[in-house]
Design a protein around this ligand. Structure first.
Ligand code: FHN
Length: 494
């Protein structure tokens, strides 16, 4: 008897080690610090009860469809940054324009005269986002180039101005149409707004034309305090338009983290947000990178923290190479995107996954295909994702763990490309989880038998998949019932 058990365990060890070889190494991209990276330091807990309440809503949502849409989408070039002379070396890399900085800027700014996304269908986009498992939408109301996608009365550089072809469209106020469509679908709204405005004369004189421009104002804001005061007023007026005229919005997502008091660019953001909250008391403020009371959420960019941060955070990451649409873009695979979501959620964050709509207003086909695949996976595994919080030990080996508010623990296993059919696999667990009593496959409800690992195996259990179990293409989630670990209990008694 002993010999056959030993042989079984030896065989199982071989199987387990083989399974480990195909193990999925979840990418844990190191978090870069800097303006939009993030480190555990520097989070100021909001004091307003309504904001704290709304942050619990935020933490439940998990997945946001972010969209960068604007004049840059027409040419498929980098958004706004080509206007910054100092950044031209990288930002104009996909532009074969002349070296004439002045002429380039004139041509970029003139794109408002050919912005005509006649196939932009806000209702269709909102329905698609909902179907594909997105819970809120972040949209560029104005990027750094200053072109406004709502009917603002504080500048004519806007989609509803007569010199913009799209202004004759009934849905020309894109922000209005999209926000209404999102609400109809029960989606949250995150209004992206750039604190920098390269087109505004009180930020870049003459819109920077004929000047060597940097990301900062073209003048000394201390010396010309009146000009800067006008820009502050303009900024406040535009933000209050967005929070006052377009219905309930959930997040004010302020980009342009370099516009900050320490750089002589104090917009009086605390006052602006206080005024905004008189209109929208539950408003979550995201003054990115400021690490103060106006930054209710940390927003790592193109990175994912290596571990939970212990406060609300949202990684904004592009589905393709850039934020705006590019004609020759390549897109992350559905597998990468689902694994990215699992990685982010297991660490207690939200994923703002960015897609750049095409010049005609539609979402690119490759993006839609990936969104649909995410939606199919989420439809089967939603309980392990939405509304969860971090587990005591969220990462063990190739496994990710999340915890439902009802106390259920979920073990999620991403599958690497090429993983074959498996009838056994090691589930790494941590003693802090307790002793596994039951394992159920979330998507099918099938109970999965398991054996404790013994001897010098990694701590955990070996799942023994029954013949009726069919592995998901991308990842599988399991509901795990634990009991307090007797070894832990004994150690507690000492
Ligand atoms: O400068 C912008 C950039 O163009 C893009 O909008 C990203 C998206 O989060 N935000 C800023 C860079 O941090």
């Amino acid at each position: 008897m002993k010999l056959s058990f030993y042989l079984l365990m030896k065989q199982m060890k071989t199987i387990v080690l083989f399974a480990a070889l195909v193990a999925y190494a979840v990418p844990s991209m190191a978090v870069e610090d800097g303006v939009h990276g993030c480190t555990p330091k520097g989070y100021v807990e909001p004091t307003e009860p309504k904001v704290r309440e709304r942050l619990e809503w935020f933490k439940d949502q998990k997945l946001c469809l972010m969209m960068h849409f604007g004049l840059y989408s027409i040419l498929g070039i980098t958004e706004s940054w080509p206007l910054v002379t100092k950044d031209a070396f990288w930002a104009r890399s996909d532009v074969e324009w002349t070296e004439d900085d002045t002429e380039f800027k004139r041509q970029y700014y003139a794109l408002n005269r050919c912005f005509n996304p006649i196939r932009f269908n806000a209702k269709e986009i909102a329905k698609t986002a909902k179907r594909c498992g997105f819970r809120y939408v972040a949209f560029t109301t104005k990027h750094h180039d200053g072109f406004c996608l709502w009917d603002t009365k504080y500048t004519d550089y806007k989609v509803t101005a007569r010199d913009c072809p799209y202004s004759s469209c009934p849905g020309a106020d894109i922000v209005k149409g999209l926000f209404e469509a999102c609400r109809e679908e029960g989606l949250g709204i995150s209004a992206y707004f750039s604190k920098a405005d390269f087109h505004h004369d009180d930020f870049w004189e003459n819109a920077g034309i004929g000047r060597f421009t940097t990301r900062y104002p073209t003048y000394d804001t201390a010396k010309d305090a009146e000009k800067w005061a006008r820009f502050r007023e303009f900024t406040k007026n535009q933000i209050l338009e967005l929070v006052g005229n377009y219905g309930p919005i959930d997040m004010l997502w302020l980009d342009g983290g370099w516009i900050r008091p320490s750089k002589g660019c104090d917009l009086g953001m605390t006052d602006i947000i206080e005024c905004a909250r008189r209109i929208q008391p539950y408003l979550i403020a995201v003054d990115r990178g400021q690490r103060d009371e106006n930054m209710n959420i940390h927003t790592p960019e193109q990175t994912v923290p290596e571990a939970p941060l212990g406060y609300p955070w949202e990684s904004c990451i592009t589905m393709s190479g850039g934020w705006g649409y590019h004609y020759d873009d390549t897109y992350k695979s559905a597998r990468e995107l689902i694994h990215l979501l699992i990685d982010v959620v297991s660490k207690g964050g939200n994923l703002a996954l960015n897609v750049g709509p095409m010049p005609d207003g539609r979402l690119p086909r490759p993006a839609l295909e990936r969104m649909e695949a995410m939606g199919r996976w989420l439809a089967k595994n939603s309980e392990a994702i939405y509304g969860t919080r971090t587990a005591p030990c969220p990462i063990v080996g190739s496994w990710r763990f999340t915890r439902g508010k009802d106390g259920r623990m979920f073990a999620i296993r991403p599958w690497a490309e090429g993983t074959g059919s498996l009838n056994h696999i090691l589930m790494n667990t941590d003693s802090s989880h307790g002793k596994v009593e039951k394992v159920v496959h979330l998507a099918t409800g099938i109970e999965i038998p398991f054996a404790e690992t013994v001897g010098d195996y990694e701590s955990g259990i070996v799942l023994k998949f029954p013949a009726c179990f069919v592995r998901d293409e991308y990842a599988d989630a399991f509901v795990i019932e634990f009991s307090p670990n007797p070894r832990e209990e004994q150690s507690d008694r000492k």
